[in-house]
Ligand binder design. Structure first.
Ligand code: NAP
Length: 273
């Protein structure tokens, strides 16, 4: 079995919603041929977009022709739909198909139990910035050595890719990078509202807050300097930043809330599994 993806290898995608379509768009940008992607989704509008782009599209599994061999089966349905409907896709799996599931909290064993034809499963947890190629995706697979290059190639256009060697760690990954964008969007919302409370014109306050966040994130990325040093570098003794930080950091309250946030998300991921 080849460990890379060839432009003519057939790829099956089940679920072309937010995450499925972000991944498909990444593949198309990377040069994967639209004609090699077979998409099953019960949403006609989503299918129309992709049939116009040259993908093979199907409203249900019954419409997929018999005898096709898929190198990759990307599963991008909601976990609650998977539990009800996954078994029907078993006939589309051949012994060499690699099942790639992006479903949060759905364990490898659950997928193997529901799809007896599957020999190889890779779980990947992407996050929403994948839609603009700035995502963080984390993979776990017991067949990692067989599929490492294939998976890293398939997810390359979505941003950074990392592996974990223990499936349990996927709960922590879900809590940090999977759910993380929402925490940062909430921080952004608080920052905008705080800026607006300082009697600046609302739209201007929002621009200042958001562009400061974006600039700070880019500085972290491009400078390579650790975040604590970056903070110290802009904090003059007795200056305005110090005054602001003292209010933000008093009682360690923010730090404790952020930790509680990650712990609660990991706990929920374990409960849902
Ligand atoms: N979005 C994220 O940020 C994110 C991050 C990490 C992981 N994930 C994972 O990605 C998976 C998909 O999430 P999503 O946000 O992309 O969901 P979504 O936008 O709801 O996409 C799912 C798609 O599947 C379709 N569908 C539903 N039932 C179907 C069936 N039986 N057969 C074929 N298609 C069906 C849906 O159509 P209808 O709309 O008509 O129901 C929809 O187009 C989830 O397991 C989630 O855990 C998502």
């Amino acid at each position: 079995m080849s460990n890379t993806v060839d432009l003519t290898d057939k790829i099956l995608v089940v679920g072309g919603g937010r995450m499925g379509s972000a991944i498909i768009e990444g593949w198309l940008k990377q040069g994967v041929s639209p004609a090699s992607i077979y998409l099953i989704d019960n949403n006609r509008d989503a299918l129309k977009v992709y049939s116009d782009k040259g993908l093979h599209t199907f409203e249900s599994v019954e419409n997929v022709p018999q005898g096709l061999e898929f190198k990759v089966f990307l599963l991008a349905l909601k976990p609650q739909i998977i539990v009800k409907h996954l078994a029907q896709f078993n006939r589309l799996i051949s012994p060499s198909t690699c099942l790639v599931s992006v479903a949060a909290g759905v364990m490898v064993q659950t997928l193997l139990d529901m799809l007896p034809n599957v020999n190889h499963v890779v779980r990947v947890m992407p996050n929403t910035p994948a839609m603009i190629g700035k995502g963080v995706s984390v993979g776990f697979s017991e067949s990692r050595s067989l599929f490492e290059t294939l998976i890293e190639t398939l997810f390359a256009s979505l941003g950074k890719f990392y592996w974990v060697s223990n499936e349990e760690e996927m709960h922590a990954v879900t809590a940090v990078s999977g759910s993380g964008p929402a925490y940062l969007f909430y921080f952004a919302q608080c920052f905008i509202e705080a800026a607006q409370s300082l009697d600046l014109e609302a739209e201007f306050a929002k621009e200042l807050a958001l562009n400061t966040l974006i600039g700070a994130a880019r500085l972290i990325e491009e400078s390579g300097i650790d975040v604590e040093t970056l903070r110290q570098n802009v904090t003059s003794p007795n200056g305005t930043t110090q005054a602001g930080l003292e209010a933000l950091m008093s009682n360690n309250e923010v730090k404790e809330r952020v930790e509680a946030c990650c712990v609660a998300a990991r706990k929920r991921s374990i409960e849902l599994a």
